[in-house]
Design a protein around this ligand. Structure first.
Ligand SMILES: Nc1ncnc2c1ncn2[C@@H]1O[C@H](COP(=O)(O)OP(=O)(O)OP(=O)(O)O)[C@@H](O)[C@H]1O
Ligand SMILES: [Mg+2]
Length: 249
């Protein structure tokens, strides 16, 4: 079942006289429960694509279909609701509210949506256990390590059971070991919760956790790498790195 579809997505930015074509006709489909990585050099359009997929910004041309909804057909208000109910975002800098505890940060999307957090007790416990922070749920962000803060951010993105989780360089601000733990956690959310996950990363090690790696260059998809599920991580990483070398030459 397709949960997300990008059809001929184009994005132009106007900078005075100058036009930047950040995306030049991107097409792809993501199935429910898939784990997709998007890679590409700096400026290739990765963040632009992620923003369009999540409805944070609109394309110049083309369409994003999220579940049943064509995002371009929605009013601003409908788009806000579609985003709130269907999309979880995780960023490189964890963006937690410093005065709230871990569990209060995680429940924030529920409160913003006008729902009663008491109804989310079971889900909160499930998610805290998934991210391994049940014991630390009363801690404030400055009492947590970087990796723990990122796990809170992932839990916050997952609390409302969004159709897709979008993460832009979620390991970009973490050391290798902590970054690996974050990728393992995203992989577990796919396997255990059938969560659909799309991660932007420039790190081949991080990308090797995905089932599919999409390579962008100059606003186009130029290659896709799809190892079988039984291909070990080290071999996937080799495949990703050799694709990157091939694209650079
Ligand atoms: N708001 C904006 N206004 C003008 N140009 C922009 C804007 N946002 C992005 N761009 C341009 O669009 C292109 C794609 O940018 P984008 O941020 O999507 O790249 P990226 O692949 O995420 O890069 P990085 O790896 O450095 O994060 C770049 O040339 C960038 O300068
Ligand atoms: Mg970016």
């Amino acid at each position: 079942m397709s949960v997300l579809k990008a059809s001929d997505l184009r994005k132009k930015y106007l900078l005075g006289e100058h036009t930047v074509e950040a995306l030049r006709g991107v097409n792809f489909d993501v199935q429910k429960g898939e784990f997709v990585a998007i890679m590409g050099p700096s400026g290739s359009g990765k963040s632009t694509l992620l923003h369009l997929l999540g409805g944070l910004d609109s394309p110049s041309e083309g369409e994003v279909t999220l579940g049943e909804a064509q995002l371009s057909q929605l009013t601003e208000y409908q788009a806000t609701l579609a985003r709130r109910h269907n999309v979880g975002f995780v960023f490189q800098f964890f963006n937690l509210l410093p005065t709230l505890t871990a569990e209060e940060n995680i429940l924030l999307p529920v409160i913003i949506d006008g729902k009663n957090p008491a109804h989310y007790e079971d889900r909160l416990k499930q998610i805290l256990e998934l991210v391994g922070l049940y014991e630390r749920r009363k801690h404030k962000p400055d009492q947590l390590s970087g990796g723990e803060q990122q796990r809170v951010a992932i839990a916050r993105a997952l609390i409302t059971e969004p159709a897709i989780l979008l993460a832009d360089e979620p390991t970009g601000n973490l050391d290798t070991k902590t970054g690996t733990a974050i990728m393992e956690l995203l992989q577990r959310s796919c396997r255990e919760l059938h969560q659909t996950v799309i991660v932007v990363t420039h790190d081949p090690r991080a990308a090797s956790y995905a089932q599919r790696v999409i390579f962008l260059r100059d606003g186009n998809i130029v290659k896709e790498y799809r190892p079988g599920d039984d291909v070990p991580l080290a071999e996937r990483m080799d495949g990703i790195m050799s694709t990157m070398r091939e694209l650079e030459s």
